[in-house]
Design a protein around this ligand. Structure first.
Ligand code: TA6
Length: 283
């Protein structure tokens, strides 16, 4: 039985037993196991009753990333990272159900009443041999108005010791916003990014479409993407203690690598669509 559906979640399993646990709340993937090993981090203190976003797994940030902007004015009232991660989603249909892969398409529930834009947001989750793909599909369904959004997949990747991790593949010369340095704009000098201290950076307009999260010994995960152009890299180090839903020491057990479109608002003309993909695989 590759797809099991219940009130709270959807569990997808391929023949070689690689389950993905997906919650209707926020279309949140909370677990992905390969060869019996968990590859996503989920805080043991994460709130799972739908009263706040889930700490860990893969939250979807949409239609904004980070704190609400002052413009467009109607986006200023949104919560940090938008509402997609707190909506209830539904199963639209099973796209593929074969021994080599299982894929489901999910549809987001309606946005908060005050967000008056016509759009459609769907998400395709595909579990295949040693890889997990997540495709975000946004359509401007308005006949007359543009639709603006930011989108990002805030993946919490499980690592044995975050302080030993290096992020490999960032292009030399890429501009990034360093949130640890009061949003200072910097230029990446090249090489690997060591995650040995609090890091919160938004790399903008990367040329590369793939980064490796190296555990320090060559093992780890690869994250690649299509159509996204930015990538946030985050680990709060001991600062994680200030998050009430973060387990003690949890900050040493994950690194967030977050492909997205966030350096500006993406504008879709009436009828236009945006289809972006993240693929996480075992390095
Ligand atoms: O993507 C990194 C980030 O924007 C950080 O600045 C950090 O605060 C984090 O997301 C977590 O946000 P959250 O709203 O889930 O607590």
């Amino acid at each position: 039985m590759p797809i099991e559906k219940n009130e709270k979640s959807l569990v997808i399993t391929t023949e070689s037993v690689r389950p993905v646990n997906h919650r209707w709340y926020g279309a949140h993937i909370t677990s992905w196991q390969v060869d019996g090993k968990e590859r996503l981090f989920l805080s043991s203190k994460a709130v799972m009753d739908g009263s706040k976003p889930i700490r860990g797994g893969i939250p979807i940030c949409f239609p904004i990333f980070s704190a609400p902007p002052s413009s467009p004015p109607e986006y200023a009232a949104l919560k940090q990272h938008g509402f997609a991660r707190t909506l209830t989603w539904t199963l639209d249909h099973v796209v593929m159900d074969r021994s080599e892969g299982v894929s489901v398409r999910l549809l987001s529930g309606p946005p908060p009443a005050e967000f008056k834009h016509d759009y459609r947001l769907s998400y395709v989750v595909t579990l295949a041999k040693h890889q997990l793909s997540t495709d975000l599909h946004i359509v401007n369904t308005s006949k007359s108005e543009d639709f603006k959004f930011q989108a990002l997949l805030h993946s919490y990747l499980a690592v044995p010791d975050a302080k030993k991790v290096k992020i490999v593949g960032l292009d030399k010369g890429t501009e990034y916003i360093d949130k640890e340095l009061d949003f200072k704009r910097e230029t990446w000098e090249g090489g690997d990014l060591a995650m040995d201290k609090a890091t919160d950076r938004v790399y903008q307009n990367l040329k590369t479409k793939e980064l490796k999260v190296d555990n320090g010994d060559g093992s780890g995960l690869n994250v690649r993407w299509r159509e996204f152009v930015d990538c946030t890299i985050w680990n709060p180090s001991e600062g994680g203690r200030s998050m009430p839903d973060m387990e003690e020491g949890g900050w040493d057990r994950y690194v967030c690598v977050e492909p997205g479109y966030v350096h500006e608002f993406k504008t879709l003309k009436p009828g236009e669509e945006f289809l972006a993909q993240q693929v996480i695989s075992i390095a």
